[in-house]
Design a protein around this ligand. Sequence first.
Ligand code: ZN
Length: 66
Amino acid sequence: MTTSRRHSNSRRDSRRKNNKRIVPVVLVRCSNCGAMKIPHRVCLECGYYNGKPVIVKKIKEKKASK
Ligand SMILES: [Zn+2]
């Protein structure tokens, strides 16, 4: 087995940097309320996903009981 060939320092650095790369934030518009949200996630504004309510906000219920 041969020893690994030498690479330049910049090549080594870029190779290590590739693993540290931050995935850019992707946002799509919610089809229900139009707010920006992460794709394939429940909308945090209205709690809807795929046209159905997933998260029912309890803030309104608390206000109604008072
Ligand atoms: Zn929404």
